[in-house]
Design a binder for this molecule. Structure first.
Ligand code: PEP
Ligand code: MN
Length: 355
């Protein structure tokens, strides 16, 4: 069985140049990366570029260089595929793992074409998030690949595009990968720090954030001479810098194994009890809200009294400040409660709760 369970390695370290440029660049970079203990060597062969006249990838000859990497270093190799021809060429050249890029995930026709080309083939596939923050497109792409019979699928979080200058090249929007993980809990989540950051100085920080969120691996663009790279020069780092980054990251233990430890399960059951109390308190609060709703209806008083709402906010924010709770959090929390309270009273006013 080819490459089975490579994606299960934790942490899964994927690194290599944005693009394969020359045989020498590919082999040199791979040899240096092998010393950092990576499992999977990446290189783009066909490059989806936003504008024409940029370097659009070296094409099939690059697949031969990846085969050479396998022979000379023993590393497994991965490349991006965007259509049927790419899949066929990659399979012909024994590429171990395929990935679907952000510009392909957005397009269900392309994803389906790839899925059809993969039917009956046993190869791990990683699916990057789409360029726009659309959870369903990402989920749908994964489902198409699953339906083709691919058993080993990984998710790559590479951030989301937005218009105008921003701190990140692609904003992480961490809540989206967290949400897709709840649909596919057994799929590894890999953070492509390079395309999130778009620059070198914040790579390590973003990599650490991903590890703090229990990601399963990192994809990083590494080039033997990053400043001369034919694509994405600003975000690529040398194998030396990569190795230092990997050494400095704090890697965590597997939380599933830690769960059996008493300290953690004690705290967790305390949290469960508090969550129960929070829910009970919300239930009681909503009952009082209903009572007031009936009173307002009987006395022809409008539902919203902004003076009262401001008073609730001020009082709670003052308390929050003293108790070390972030005011943004408390504001959001109260706003949701207020919205639900108004909805319930609207229903009472319309007589919907009164049979
Ligand atoms: C890449 O990994 O080189 C790439 C093109 O990434 P993305 O699809 O995330 O833009
Ligand atoms: Mn790139």
């Amino acid at each position: 069985m080819k490459s089975d369970s490579i994606l299960k390695h934790k942490p899964l370290l994927i690194a290599g140049p944005c693009s394969a440029e020359t045989e020498e660049q590919v082999i040199n970079t791979a040899q240096q990366l092998k010393e950092s203990g990576i499992q999977l060597f990446r290189a783009g062969i066909w490059k989806p570029r936003t504008r024409p006249n940029n370097f659009e990838g070296i094409g099939e000859i690059g697949l031969k260089w990846l085969q050479q990497v396998k022979r000379e270093t023993g590393l497994k190799v991965t490349t991006e595929v965007a259509n049927k021809q790419h899949v066929e060429a990659a399979l012909k050249h024994d590429i171990d793992v395929l990935w679907i890029g952000a510009r392909t995930t957005v397009n269900p026709f392309s994803v389906q074409e790839i899925a059809d080309a993969l039917k009956g083939i046993d190869i791990p596939v990683m699916v990057k998030n789409p360029i726009n923050p659309d959870l369903n497109l990402w989920t749908g792409a994964v489902e198409r690949i699953q339906k083709a019979g691919i058993r080993e699928i990984g998710l790559i979080h590479r951030g989301f595009a937005s218009y105008g200058e921003s701190f990140y090249r692609n904003k992480p929007q961490w809540n989206i990968p967290i949400q897709i993980k709840s649909t596919f809990p057994d799929m590894p989540m890999i953070c492509d720090v390079s395309h999130i950051c778009g620059r070198r100085d914040i790579l390590q920080d973003v990599a650490q954030k991903a590890m703090n969120l229990d990601y399963d691996g990192l994809m990083t663009e590494v080039h033997e001479r990053p400043d001369e790279a034919w694509s994405d020069a600003a975000q690529q780092i040398t194998p030396f810098t990569y190795r230092r980054m990997i050494q400095e990251i704090e890697w965590y233990q597997n939380p599933d194994e830690m769960l059996t430890q008493e300290g953690l399960s004690d705290i967790r059951s305390k949290i469960d009890r508090l969550d129960d109390q929070l829910l009970k308190a919300l239930e009681k609060r909503m009952k009082l809200v209903d009572e007031i709703g009936h009173f307002k209806k009987a006395n022809h008083i409008p539902i919203l009294q902004s003076a009262r709402w401001n008073e609730i906010m001020e009082r709670s924010l003052e308390k929050a400040k003293k108790n070390g709770l972030a005011s943004t959090f408390v504001t959001k929390f109260l706003e949701i409660i207020h919205e639900e309270s108004i909805d319930r009273q609207q229903r009472i006013l319309r007589g919907e709760n009164e049979e």
